[in-house]
Design a protein around this ligand. Structure first.
Ligand code: GTR
Length: 327
């Protein structure tokens, strides 16, 4: 190789070597997290939001999704989001209630008549008020959008056909005293633990059952750990949140914040469509795997949880009247 050629080759290499780290540095990676696996409605809708944000900002940002609880359970991930170690988190409102008590109005048993009622509430002014409360709280979280977690029902190793069948059964609940109180009011024995611990706890007999929606019951494999009966109590209809760390939010330009909110709202609507499909799909899969779906009379479950609504709802009496009035 002549000197001139060597020089050109070296210069080209240097350009590549120089350009690559620059380009890598220029792109800001947003870490997103979810307890659910790839393909789950919440994960898919959040990933799409990330792609839209990347395109709209001409590649200034890129979202990297950490699904399947790889960054910890929801409580831990909320804490990581508060300090900015996670930038975007999709979480149930359940554990958010432990850090922003004002959202607990949506976490109460039977506060919504059904899913359609819940959707009408979160899409309207009350949903926005709760989002504003999260954002105004000292929790350092910025709520971007709602997502749908359907209705939670009981799944157990022994069938629950009436309230009496639940007596003394140890049932895993999410980490928020409100949920443990709910299970105890139903006559069971509520035990708080992280989602990722439920499978082993079912296998080893630490718990006799848990409660969740059909997509979660299927994708977490809990039905293979002995929980073969799904009693359709619908006792909790808890919306979920897509939140951004306030640390990250404050670094976005006002235009980027507007984009984030817009794409958040779109993700809310997109996830809902995916959600409805997944409930149908996973209910069928659970049935095919031998899970018995039990229709229960929900009235005794509603009545038994009245003390929980009285205790936790005392702070929200006006709001609860307004929620009940939403058609
Ligand atoms: C699911 C929900 C998760 C998580 C989980 C749980 O339905 O989507 O965010 O809260 O339940 O029971 O911990």
């Amino acid at each position: 190789m002549t000197f001139r050629r060597k020089f050109i080759a070296a210069a080209a290499l240097a350009t590549v070597a120089f350009a690559a780290p620059l380009a890598a540095q220029a792109q800001i990676v947003l870490k997103a997290a979810d307890v659910h696996p790839t393909g789950y409605p919440t994960v898919a809708a959040t990933e799409n939001l990330g792609k839209k944000f990347e395109t709209a900002t001409n590649g200034k940002y890129k979202m990297q999704m950490f699904p399947n609880s790889v960054l910890g359970d929801e409580k831990t991930m909320i804490e990581q989001t508060q300090i900015g170690a996670i930038n975007i988190l999709r979480t149930s409102l359940g554990p958010v209630g432990a850090v922003v008590p004002e959202v607990n109005v949506f976490n109460m048993p039977f506060v919504f008549r059904n899913e359609a009622h819940m959707r009408a509430v979160i899409d309207g002014p009350i949903g926005q008020e709760i989002i504003d409360k999260v954002n105004a709280s000292p929790a350092r979280l910025v709520a971007l959008a709602w997502m749908d977690g359907g209705a939670r029902s009981l799944y157990t190793k022994k069938p629950v056909r009436t309230l009496a069948d639940l007596k003394g059964q140890k049932v895993r609940m999410m980490g928020n005293p409100l949920f443990v109180d709910t299970m105890n009011a139903l006559g069971g024995n509520g035990i708080a633990m992280g989602y990722g611990e439920v499978f082993t706890a079912l296998q080893t007999g630490v718990i006799d059952g848990a409660e969740n929606n059909p997509p979660s019951m299927f994708t977490s494999n809990h039905y293979t750990a002995g929980a073969k009966y799904y009693a359709q109590t619908n006792h909790l209809i808890i919306p979920e949140l897509l939140v951004m760390s306030k640390v990250t939010w404050d670094k976005l330009t006002p235009a980027e914040q507007t984009l984030m909110k817009k794409f958040g709202r779109e993700a809310q609507m997109e996830q809902r469509v995916l959600w409805d499909k997944s409930v149908t799909e996973y209910t069928a899969k659970l049935k095919a795997a031998g899970v018995e779906f039990i229709q229960v009379d929900q009235k005794p479950f509603y009545d038994a949880t009245a003390p929980v609504r009285a205790k936790y709802g005392a702070a929200f009496t006006d709001l609860m009247t307004r929620i009940a009035a939403v058609k």
